[in-house]
Every structure is written in C-alpha cells, then in structure tokens.
Design a protein around this ligand. Structure first.
Ligand SMILES: Cc1ncc(COP(=O)(O)O)c(C=O)c1O
Length: 383
C-alpha cells in the first residue's frame, strides 16, 4: 500500500489483499483450527488458530493501520481485551481509572481485579493534575475513555500521557465511543488503544469482539503472550464481519455524527430536557478540546437529562419507536438506554450518585436513520 493513502482508502484495502490463489476480491475466511507444519519442531506462519489465524491477522492489520499502531490483537469481546490489559498487573499494583467509565470496566476493576489484590482509584480524567495526584509509586496503569461513558467527558490525551509516563506507568484508553475516525490516541502518546469491536468497528449489531492496538512492539509481544496463554481470541467469522464493518466506518461515523449534532441542538432547546452532553455543543465543558483533537466530527453518542424520576425516565426510554431500547451502541440502528438501570447498573449506588449517573439520564446511540424520523420519534417519547 501507499503510505499516503487516506484513512478511508486504507480501511478498504489494507489487510484485504486479493487472494493470490483464486483472485477472489474478498479474502477467504479461514476456519481451520490447525495448520500443517513443515516438519516436527518447525513452525510455519500459522500453526494453531488460538495462536494465529489468517482471517484474524487480516483484520488486525486493517485495525493497526487505522489506529496507527505497530500491530493489533482481536479478542472475543471488548471486556476480554480490557481484561488482557489488566493481566499485566500483579498483587499490590494500583490502577487509576476514569470516573466516567463503562459499567463493565468498572465491574472488572472493582469486582475481579480486586480479588488478586489490585487497587483502583477513580478520578476525573479531564483533570490531568488530579490524575497525577492520585498516582502512587504502585500505579502501573491509567485507564481512560476518549469520550467518557455516559457523561461524555473528554480527556486531554497528550497531557495525560505526559503525566502518566513521567511517573513510569502505562496509559490505555478505550476508544469505542471515539473511533479512529474522530481520534487516534497512539498519535497523542497513549500506549494502548482498545475497542469494543461490537460497536462502531462491526457497526451492525451482529457481532461481539474487542481489540487492542499499540505503538510499541515489546508491549504488543507481551499482550500477545497473555492473549495466547489465556485464549480469548476472536473467531474467524466475526473477524470477517468486523473487517467488512471497518470498510464503511468513516462513512457511517461521519453521517451518524451529523445527525447526532442536529439532535443535540434540538434537545438543548427542548423544555423537558435539563441538560445535553454532546461534545459538538458549545455548552460541553471540553468543546474546544474536542474541536482541536477530533477530525471535524463529534461522534454519534449523546446523553441528555430529564429532570424526572427513574420510573418516568424509564417510561420515556420505552416509548420510542425507532430508537430501540437496548444496551450497546455504534450500529446503524439507533438505540436508547437508561444508564442508571442498564449500562451502569453494575456501579455501586453511591458511585452512581457521585459520578452524575442520575435517574433522569438517557443515552442515545444515533444510527443511520434520517434526522427527521429520529427527531419525531424522540419528540413523541419525551413529549
Ligand atoms: C465503552 C465500552 N467499552 C467496552 C465495552 C465492552 O465491550 P464488549 O461488550 O464487546 O465486551 C462496552 C460495551 O458496551 C463499551 O460500551
């Protein structure tokens, strides 16, 4: 490939070379679990599908190109990818994580990693000096989200990377909401970028997967070792689906983001809505940073707040026709959910209150339907 090829061109061509034996435009999906070896004790490029699979390699090559890494790894889910990162930790280590964090990551850190004596402190990632203050000599990992979940906070990645590296730790970020269309964290000095490929990379609510991409070969080798040793790899058919999804990633994210911006503006003026959290609005606390760091679009996730009870908010979420009531996000179908009872139900009640996951909060994943239909649907649901 030409190194100057654009993001959109690389999404289609890198890793998707024409099959040399048949000329097939789409590389075949390799379902083989095992591969013939040249001789006993000699290894070919592939030997066993947990350790490596041609279809997985192709998908990993595409994603590494889109995130600008030396390589990437594909996992059976986003949580398996985050878990792999935490497997680098040992008893006594400390993690600083964002307080605007996906509920599953919160649960992994507080209810699984704690079992092996790893300690966790949650901090506002938009405040790099608070992150520095929270770090101890045992802090080995800082974990943030490029766009926080569900309050849409946006950390300054370059500042965070500098602070974390000055103290000798690693920093990983979950770029599921952002996608490499908006931001490529490795370019900002971040060590590990993670995705729930279930979301925008796949893009069609039909597969579950996770990825890690890194800029450093030694780190890639270590994560590969842990993945191969524990086994949570992505199966070939799902790799194919994610590869196919990535070809239209740029197009989808840009179109969905434009609709999200229009909906955010409309919601901001709605009398029943007390607050709209969307990086494209001037009222968003990190709007300027998002404008500087994102590639001209602000993403297709948006959160808004009704000044209402948990029950009436749940009823509003259940009253939409096109926005389907479901967790997950990032697909062509629009989804609606109530973080307090759904995506963030695994938070302790005190942490939910502390971190602004209020009863009236509603999160939207804006899909590819037309703006007019989505706006009318929300109007009739929230009245
Ligand atoms: C931001 C974010 N990160 C990670 C995950 C976990 O990914 P998966 O469900 O693929 O395990 C999710 C799932 O909703 C998510 O929204």
């Amino acid at each position: 490939m030409n190194p100057n090829d654009s993001f959109r061109t690389r999404a289609i061509h890198v890793g998707n070379e024409v099959d040399p034996t048949t000329g097939a435009m789409i590389p075949p999906v390799h379902f083989a679990s095992t591969f013939q070896q040249p001789a006993a004790g000699e290894w070919g490029t592939f030997d066993y599908s947990r350790s490596g699979n041609p279809t997985r390699s192709q998908m990993q090559t595409t994603l590494a190109s889109l995130e600008g890494g030396v390589g990437s790894l594909a996992f059976s889910s986003g949580m398996a990818a985050i878990h792999c990162v935490t497997m680098m930790l040992k008893t006594g280590d400390h993690v600083v994580a964002g307080c605007d964090l996906y509920g599953g990551a919160y649960r992994l850190l507080h209810k699984v990693c704690n079992r092996s004596g790893v300690e966790v402190t949650l901090v506002d990632m938009t405040d790099a000096s608070a992150v520095a203050d929270a770090m101890t000599e045992n802090t080995k990992l800082v974990w943030a989200e490029t766009i926080g979940n569900p309050r849409m906070s946006i950390p300054n990645l370059r500042q965070l990377a500098d602070v974390v590296h000055a103290k000798g730790a690693l920093i990983g970020v979950d770029n599921t909401f952002g996608t490499p269309v908006l931001i490529r964290p490795l370019e900002h000095g971040i060590d590990i970028v993670m995705h729930s490929a279930t979301k925008y990379l796949g893009g069609h609510s039909d597969c579950l997967g996770g990825t890690l991409a890194v800029a450093d070969q030694n780190l890639l080798d270590e994560l590969y070792f842990l993945q191969n040793a524990t086994g949570a790899v992505l199966d070939p058919l799902t790799c194919f689906l994610v590869s196919r999804g990535m070809k239209t990633l740029d197009l989808r994210v840009r179109a969905q983001s434009e609709t999200a911006l229009s909906l955010a503006k409309w919601l901001e003026a709605h009398p029943r809505v007390s607050n709209v959290l969307y990086p494209g609005l001037e009222s968003h606390p990190q709007h300027r940073l998002a404008t500087e760091c994102f590639e001209g679009v602000y993403g297709a996730m948006l959160t808004f707040e009704l000044d209402d009870t948990i029950e009436r908010t749940a009823a509003a979420c259940g009253a939409t026709r096109l926005f389907r009531l479901a967790v997950s996000l990032g697909a062509v179908e629009s989804l609606i959910e109530q973080p307090a009872t759904m995506s963030h139900a695994s938070y302790d009640a005190t942490d939910r209150a502390r971190f602004g996951i209020t009863d009236g909060l509603i999160r939207l994943s804006v899909g590819l339907e037309s703006y007019d239909d989505l706006q009318a649907d929300l109007e009739q649901a929230i009245g």
